[in-house]
Design a protein around this ligand. Structure first.
Ligand code: ZN
Length: 398
């Protein structure tokens, strides 16, 4: 039996492993969960039963919870390719929107439903069973097969990839595939991510009764003016399109807005709101911040409001992976072999764990076949995608 046929024969076992894994929630303590330790116990056991050696990296977080990462390596080839997935999930959200218990995964119409089946359960299960197939077929893999199952992806990566990079788990010569984003047909490979900038604004005027606005300074009115100017200026000044990206332009969105006054008849004295900016790699985030600060200063001068701008979070974009990068070639070849499709290269506005690997120097592609259901109620993984992705991972090594 060749490696790919072998994977067809694993289908039931893969579904059952997924169902058992989903039954052990691995939600960040920041979101009220217990962390990844129990789920890691299950996965460690699964890997050991396959005769694999597992290295475990446990870290205690600020809540006293154990955050667990698992590392497996198989083969003796000089170059290593990692399949890196995360084992934590977001919380289920509003339970009334789920048709079924999110942690009691079930199969219907060729899909497995449950929180974390898609994000990132499919990656976890596919990587494990791809290695099982390579191992059981008895061939020496062309590349050392690395599986990294990391913690804490959904909230900050502090106890996951960031720690593992410090531990020296990865080498700059390594290659990686991160199956944590994808298109339904698995025909796009993500090679670039926009820079991400989060800004917080606080506009301070003077609170008064709504019947006497001339005695106060309406912070809401100033905010509306400011946002309108920012909206136009940012889109104009940073308005270039890059067809690699979806969407092709930088995005500047006003998002969160903190509650202001309790009553309709009070003019708000303070407004606090946020912007989420996703910026193409050809622009520097510093220049975005500078323009925002300039405009805010000008509006402050004109209106006499005090305007404070704070950078809450910033992550500069990296250069897109070169189109002839080795990992791209290997992955494209495998996708073609299994799916008979040419995979297109794209950039996205989202941020994945791949950016940490890329910044460190590990050539990393983000790819999987998945419907866009991450973080949603009734999240699911398509079983045929899971099996096919497993075949694609395995065929990279044989
Ligand atoms: Zn994810």
């Amino acid at each position: 039996m060749d490696v790919l046929e072998r994977i067809d024969s694993y289908k039931k076992e893969m579904v059952s492993a997924m169902v058992k894994m989903i039954a052990i929630p691995a939600i960040s303590p920041v979101s009220g969960g217990e962390g990844e330790s129990k789920r890691a116990d299950f996965l460690e056991d699964l890997l050991k039963k396959m005769g694999l050696e597992v290295k475990r990296f446990d870290y205690k977080d600020e809540f006293g919870k154990i955050r667990s990462n698992l590392i497996v390596e198989y083969g003796k080839a000089a170059q290593r390719i990692w399949i890196l997935s995360h084992i934590d999930t977001v919380s289920p959200g509003d339970l009334s929107l789920w048709r079924h218990d999110p942690f009691d995964a079930y199969v219907k119409d060729g899909k497995i439903y449950g929180r974390g089946t898609n994000d990132d359960g499919q990656g976890v299960i596919s990587s494990i069973f791809a290695l099982k197939a390579v191992k059981e077929s008895g061939v020496d893999p062309k590349f050392t097969f690395g599986i990294a199952l990391v913690a804490d992806e959904e909230v900050g990566n502090e106890y996951g990839i960031k720690k593992l990079l410090k531990e020296g788990v990865f080498s700059k010569k390594d290659l990686a595939v991160v199956p944590d984003w994808g298109r339904p047909k698995g025909d796009e490979i993500e090679i670039a991510e926009k820079g991400i900038l989060w800004l917080k604004f606080r506009v301070v005027g003077k609170q008064v009764h709504a019947s006497t606005p001339e005695q106060g300074l309406n912070a809401y009115r100033v905010s509306v003016k400011l946002l309108d100017l920012l909206d136009n200026a940012l889109h104009k000044r940073f308005g270039k399109a890059d067809p690699l990206f979806e969407p092709p332009k930088s995005t500047f969105e006003m998002t969160k807005h903190e509650k202001n006054v309790e009553s309709v008849n009070i003019i708000p004295g303070t407004e606090t709101f946020f912007m989420d900016c996703r910026v193409l790699p050809n622009y520097k985030l510093d220049n975005v911040v500078a323009l925002v600060k300039n405009i805010s200063k000008r509006v402050g001068r004109q209106t006499k409001a005090r305007i404070y701008v704070e950078v809450v979070s910033r992550d500069e974009a990296l250069k897109p992976l070169p189109k002839n990068a080795k990992i791209i070639q290997i992955l494209q070849r495998s996708i073609k072999q299994v799916k008979h499709k040419e995979a297109r290269l794209v950039g996205i506005g989202g941020g994945t764990v791949a950016k940490f690997l890329r910044r460190y120097g590990v050539e990393s592609a983000v790819w999987s076949s998945q419907d866009d259901v991450a973080h949603q109620p009734n999240e699911y993984a398509v079983i045929s995608n899971m099996v096919e992705d497993t075949k694609i991972f395995a065929s990279m090594f044989v």
